[in-house]
Ligand binder design. Sequence first.
Ligand code: MF3
Ligand code: CO
Length: 249
Amino acid sequence: MSVTIKSAREIELMRQAGKILASVHEELGKALHPGMSTLDIDRLGEKLIRSRGCIPSFKNYNGYPASICVSVNDEVVHGIPTKHRIIQEGDIVSLDAGVIWHGYHSDAARTHAVGQVSPEALKLIQVTRESFFEGIKFAKAGNHLNDISSAIQAYAESFGYGVVRDLVGHGIGEHLHEDPEVPNFSQNRKGIRLVPGMTLAIEPMINAGRPDVVWMDDDWTVVTDDGSLSAHYENTILITEGEPEILSL
Ligand code: MF3
Ligand code: CO
């Protein structure tokens, strides 16, 4: 598959998808509280997505069994919701969600602090979010993909954090995952040149410790190898002639 340039009509649908997804995330963030299970979060998320006329894009994607990926503390991404996992005060919880609206996808993730969390956890959440914004400073027509990747890496590593290598961002549109891959770390090549009409899901996954991750026995849940905390922040963006447009905010 090659990198697609979206038409005005496609961009408008992705804008609508992004707005809906942003509102789903807002509601989920407000609802998150100690005592609820990760399955409660998934059920609420699926209801919010469907009540807005969208389809949850993760559900049954490559066999993933839920609508919202819920990843707690040392879980990096793709945590599977279950009624047995209860959210506690002091947890950090990454929520990743995708919607399909009239055939077009939007994908976004946020990490939330539940009640009072450690200053170290708060800092990790904040820097992960900031690393996304550092990256998209370079998301401009004429720049290259690696400009984004290296900016994210340089920012996160300046705090001593580990940038996850085994998972990357991606193009998005008619499919959840399209070309190109969007790493959060520098490649030794420039990568593709950015052109208006490209839509990308940029998603730094940052560990408080080492970058290494491992997969759990469920074949989905990715955790930090050293047990350190991990945070995730993702938005679907549009490359324009000027500043990038963040579709899922
Ligand atoms: N944001 C994640 C990604 O881009 C979500 C995929 S989870 C899956 O890969 F369940 F859909 F695979
Ligand atoms: Co994604």
